[in-house]
Design a protein around this ligand. Sequence first.
Ligand code: KMH
Ligand code: ZN
Length: 277
Amino acid sequence: MTTTVITVAPTGAESAKSDVPGLPVTLDELVHTAAECAALGASVIHVHVRDDDAAPTLDPGRLRATVAALRQRTDLIVQLSTGGAVTDSEDDRLAVLDAGPDMASCTMGTVNFGDDVFLNRWEFIIELHTRMQDRGIVPEYEIFDLGQLAALQRLLSRYGLPAGGHVHVDLVMGVPGGMPGTIDALAACRQALRDLPAATTFSATGIGRSSVPVMLAALSGGGHLRVGMEDTLNYAKGQPVESNMQLVARAVSLAQLAQRPAATVRQARELLGVGVG
Ligand code: KMH
Ligand code: ZN
C-alpha cells in the first residue's frame, strides 16, 4: 500500500505569538510539538525558529541548537526553512544550510506575498540548489505558482538532480499573490510535474480556508500532505487552531480514509531520498 508523507510546519515566520497562543516559539515548545506530531504520524518537520522575543530569526546558533534538539528528542526528518521571513537577506538564508539539516526548503521563484514580496532571484535559487547538492542536503522545492515548476525543470536540466537523487516539491497554495488553493490549480501543477523526472513526488498545503480542500485534492491526486500553524490558524470557520497536533491528527485520519496511511519516518526517508548519500 502506498503511504502519505505528512509534514508538519508548526510555526512559520508570519504569525505573532500574541495573536496565536498555541504557536510553538521556544525551543521547548517546538520540540514538544515535534514529538507529539511524530507520535501521531508526522514524518517531516519544516522548521522556522524564533528569538527570545518570539520574532522570526535565522540566528545560526539557534538553528544548530534546534536541529540538535529535534534529533535528540525525535526521529523526524528535519527540514529547515531557507525562506525565513520576507525581510531576511540572501546571505542569512544561505547560511541556514550551515546548521546541517536533513532537508531544506528551496523556493522556485519570486512571488507577491500578501502586501510583501518574497524574493527568490534565479541566481539565488542556483546557489541554494548547488550548495545543497554539495552538502548532501535534500531540498523540498516550494512552489507558489505554476511557472515555478517550469523554473524547476530548467534548474534540474542545467544543474542536475538534487542530493539523494529524488525530486520532491511542495505546492503552497492560497497565498495572496500566488496560485489559488483549488483543485484546478492543483491539477495544472500535477500536469506540469510530467515535465520533471518520472519519480517526482509532491505534497500540497492550502493556506487558511483552502487547507481542507487542498488536502482532499492532494490525497486523491496521489500527493502527500503538509499541515501546521505556519499555514492554517483556523481548524474550521470560527474555530481557532489550538495546537499543531489537531492539524496533524486530521491529516492522519484523512490519509487513512484515503487508504494511504501516514508514512513512517523510515518510509519517508526512503521515498524522499534522505540519508542515501
Ligand atoms: N515565510 C515565507 C516568506 C519557506 O519556508 O521556505 C517563506 C516560507 C517558505 O515560509
Ligand atoms: Zn516555511
